[in-house]
Design a protein around this ligand. Sequence first.
Ligand SMILES: Nc1nc2c(ncn2[C@@H]2O[C@H](COP(=O)(O)OP(=O)(O)OP(=O)(O)O)[C@@H](O)[C@H]2O)c(=O)[nH]1
Ligand SMILES: [Mg+2]
Length: 260
Amino acid sequence: MDIFADDIAKQAMEAINQRIRNMTTLNIVVVGKSGVGKSTLINSVFRENLAETGIGRPVTQSIRCITKPDFPLAIYDTPGFELGKKQQAAVKDEVLKIIHAGNTGHDINKAIHALWYCVNVGSNRTFDESELEWLRSFTEENRLTRVPVFIVLTQAFPKKKAEEMKRCIESENLEICKVCPVLAQDIDFDEEYVAKAYGLDTLIEVMGQVLPDELQDTLMNVQKVSLRAKKNEPMQPWPPQLRPLSVRALRRYPLRMRPC
Ligand SMILES: Nc1nc2c(ncn2[C@@H]2O[C@H](COP(=O)(O)OP(=O)(O)OP(=O)(O)O)[C@@H](O)[C@H]2O)c(=O)[nH]1
Ligand SMILES: [Mg+2]
């Protein structure tokens, strides 16, 4: 009887794994200045320390595609922009190359589906002119490829500062889908006060509003894994308050978006 139950459990697991293997792979590129928290964000999405993180010298030295076996997600971690204009341009060229390469085979599993541009809220840095320049230049060159761009406000604490920064970036009228504050990992100030991680679920939900139907299963799966800490919570449908954004975004990216 036990052996029979074991077999059924194995078959069920195999069916689930097969379904995951058949899901379309979601490909994301993450860019931003050095130390803003790109690699930390990536580790939180995978819930595993797959990308090296740290403070001081730029940690991520070259573009690296991060994947996990039997998980339909590939995230390109890129070196930070700290080394000046030349490096900013080099990262942009590399990112555009990856995007073009992904489009050549017309295979949705290879295409880049989103770019996360990270801006740090926690440190005393601001969103500066060189970043605006990078985004303007990138989005102009991205007009044909139409990869949806999301600005991720990393280490988004205090929330009030994150909101201010969000408004400031939104006022620049960039060709982006959405500005999303995310605290990828808790911040332990002391034993009594901990700022709890938040925002990753919203980021993934917002992506669900603009990415094609083929990726919806994948996004649900990624969300389940990323939010495993909240495993007792039932999956939520996309919140209706996010819908106006998708209509706006649809106008900007008419070919790659799915209608809502
Ligand atoms: N607690 C907490 N720390 C964070 C968060 N995001 C980044 N950090 C910290 O900020 C530092 C830099 O983060 P990284 O993820 O290495 O930054 P990066 O953008 O990948 O940096 P480079 O690879 O140098 O470009 C690390 O010490 C992280 O632990 C966060 O959401 N919460
Ligand atoms: Mg890094």
